[in-house]
Design a protein around this ligand. Structure first.
Ligand code: FES
Length: 347
C-alpha cells in the first residue's frame, strides 16, 4: 500500500471535516503523513481564514498521533489539491462527495468529480451525506466490496482492496459482473491472492455493472467499494460513462478509486524498483545503478501482502505489518522471518 503521503482538502465545513476524519483514520492505519490543503478565495475565504482552518484541522489530526503538514494557496480548490498531490507524490487523495467550497452534491464539474477524474493517484471519495453524524469511516470500515473483471488492471485494484481489508481489519466481498463461469474462475483466482486472515466472500452477478455493484453494496451494507480507474467490463480509461465514474456518483457508500498503472520493466530507472508483471507473473524488480535487474517474489512471507518499493531506503517494505526486505529479498526487519524468494525474470 503506497499510502506514505495522503492529501486531503478542507474548507472547515462540516462535510469537509467528515472527509478529513476519514483521511486521519487512513493515515493512522497506514502510518502515513497527512497533507492538509485549504484554498483561499477572498472575499469568501481570506488567506487568514484558510490559515486558521488549517491550524485547527492540523491540531486535531496531530492529536490522533498523525504527522501533519499544511499547504494553502490562491488556486481554485480542485486545482490546488491536484497540484499538491502531484508535487508531493501522494499515494492517496481524500475528498468528500459534497463540500469544499460548495454546498452542492457530487456532480459533474464539482471538486470531488474533478479530483476523482484527474488525480494521478488513488482517490477516496467519502460519503458525507450523513454529516454532521458519524460517517462510515468514523464507524470503521467493516465490509469492503471489491469489483474485478479479471483484467490485469482490475486485478491490481482487487489486490489493493484485499490488502486494505487486512490493514483495516475488514471483511472482503469480491464481485464480478458478467459470464457466471468466467466469473467463478476469476473470483476463485482473485480470492486465492488474499492475505491470510482476510475473510473473502464472492458474488457473481449479471447485468449492468454499475447497477449490480450498487445493488450488492446496498444488499450487504458495504462500507467501502473498491474499483480500479480502468478495467471493469471493457471501460478502457476512466471516461465519462465508465463504470468507476458512474459508481463514484451512484454508490451509497464511500468509494476508493484505485489508480492502476501498467508498469513495465523498461519503466524502472537505475536505482529504483517496482512491482511489475513480467512473463505473466508479478515480480518485485530492482534495477541497480549499473542497470542490472534483481527480482524477488513480491509476496510478503509474513502473511502474504504485497510489498511496496521504498525509494528513500532502497528496500521492499510491506504495508501490512511493517516487514522490510533488502533488494536481494533478505529480511531487514520483521515480523517476517523468511526472505522473499528469488525469482527469474522472463519478459
Ligand atoms: S503481511 Fe505482515 S508484514 Fe507483511
Amino acid at each position: 500500500m503506497d499510502y506514505r503521503t495522503i492529501v486531503v482538502g478542507t474548507d472547515g465545513s462540516v462535510t469537509a471535516t467528515s472527509a478529513l476524519r476519514a483521511a486521519v483514520r487512513f493515515a493512522t492505519r497506514c502510518k502515513a503523513k497527512l497533507v492538509l490543503v485549504c484554498a483561499f478565495d477572498p472575499p469568501r475565504i481570506s488567506r487568514a481564514m484558510a490559515e486558521t482552518v488549517l491550524e485547527h484541522a492540523a491540531r486535531s489530526a496531530r492529536g490522533e498521533g498523525v504527522e501533519v503538514e499544511v499547504e494553502t494557496g490562491g488556486a481554485e480548490p480542485a486545482g490546488l489539491i491536484l497540484g499538491v498531490a502531484e508535487r508531493r507524490g501522494a499515494g492517496l487523495v481524500v475528498v468528500g462527495n459534497k463540500g469544499i467550497g460548495e454546498a452542492t452534491r457530487f456532480r459533474l464539474g464539482s471538486v470531488p468529480d474533478r479530483v476523482a477524474h484527474q488525480a494521478g493517484c488513488d482517490v477516496l471519495v467519502v460519503d458525507t451525506s450523513g454529516a454532521p453524524g458519524p460517517t462510515r469511516a468514523d464507524r470503521g470500515y467493516r465490509t469492503l466490496l471489491i469489483g474485478t473483471d479479471g483484467s490485469a488492471t482490475a486485478s491490481e485494484a482487487a489486490r489493493k482492496g484485499l490488502e486494505l481489508a487486512m490493514i483495516l481489519r475488514a471483511d472482503a466481498e469480491l464481485i464480478y459482473v458478467g459470464d457466471p463461469i468466467v466469473g467463478a474462475i476469476t473470483l476463485e483466482e482473485t480470492a486465492a491472492t488474499a492475505p491470510e486472515r482476510v475473510t473473502v466472500r464472492t458474488h457473481v452477478a449479471q447485468g449492468d455493472p454499475t447497477n449490480r455493484i450498487v445493488g450488492v453494496a446496498t444488499e450487504i451494507d458495504a462500507d467501502l467499494v473498491v474499483v480500479g480507474n480502468k478495467g471493469m467490463s471493457g471501460a478502457r480509461r476512466f471516461l465519462l460513462g465508465s463504470v468507476p465514474n458512474q459508481l463514484a456518483h451512484a454508490v451509497p457508500t464511500d468509494i476508493l478509486i484505485v489508480k492502476t498503472v501498467d508498469r513495465a520493466l523498461s519503466d524502472i530507472a537505475p536505482g529504483h524498483g517496482a512491482v511489475v508483471t513480467a512473463g505473466g507473473r508479478r515480480l518485485a524488480v530492482y534495477r541497480d545503478d549499473e542497470g542490472g535487474l534483481h527480482a524477488v517474489s513480491p509476496r510478503c512471507t509474513h502473511m502474504g501482502c504485497t510489498v511496496d518499493w521504498n525509494d528513500a531506503d532502497r528496500t521492499w517494505d510491506c504495508p501490512c505489518h511493517g516487514s522490510r526486505y533488502g533488494t536481494d529479498g533478505a529480511v531487514i526487519k520483521g515480523p517476517a522471518d523468511k526472505e522473499l524468494a528469488a525469482a527469474e525474470i522472463s519478459e
